[in-house]
Design a binder for this molecule. Sequence first.
Ligand SMILES: O=C(O)CCC(=O)C(=O)O
Length: 273
Amino acid sequence: MAEKQQSVNCGCKGIRSCLICEKNDGNHLQKTTHTLHYDFTYDPESKLAVPVKAGVQQPFPFPGVFLWENFISEDEERELVTKMDQNIWRESQSGRRKQDFGPKVNFKKRRVRIGGFSGLPAVSHKLVDRMTKEPMLAGFRPVEQCNLDYDPKRGSAIDPHFDDNWLWGEHLVTINLLSDTVVTMSLDEGWGDMNQGEISVAINLPRRCLIVLYGEARYRWKHAIHRKDIQSRRVCSTFRELSAEFLEGGEQEKLGLELLDIALRFNGVPISN
Ligand SMILES: O=C(O)CCC(=O)C(=O)O
């Protein structure tokens, strides 16, 4: 099937779709899957993935997730979203809208352009100070913040994917705002007696929590937000750090230092692409 032309009303390209382009284009690809699914839920207390249906499958350890409930207060949430809504939201893929505070990156060509990057926004200063008080984030120095806006009216979602690991480092830190949702971790090919299909682990994200994905949850499992898990408007801010190549002793240390210097001045406006 020919690639879909980008709709004027949304940001979807290729196989991505949202409710707006699905209405306009009867030919959009509907995903059908015939594989088996093994469904688990993450238990933050035990850090185990627990089978949704009791029976054959056993719980298993699910490392690489850190959850901080009530990371921000209701007042802070209001302030953050009000400030975000004063900036332009740009249409993105799969019914999302976004605001980016970071360098312009061509991941395919492995090129970074500092260009119009003016730093993370001022409102994030106290949030970054707060998160880095947590011992596991003590060395976390973000150089990018991406705000995403999900709306059930647009069918917003993000397909299962891995984040880049050439430029971005191990810790992906996300603050979840305005509504509860679920981040679904998936492994296309299972193991042991689950080797016939896909394994997924649902992590419940309460409104105003912070989640860190690192280690196995970052590098071995894909992550996604499914359309069915957006029940009302949801906004999130994801913070990303540099990989070793851009840090002290790395091949691109100089560029990394420049990016850090700009990012952590905290007087940025969203980049316009
Ligand atoms: O919406 C989220 O929580 C995840 C966003 C995400 O996966 C991404 O920006 O790559």
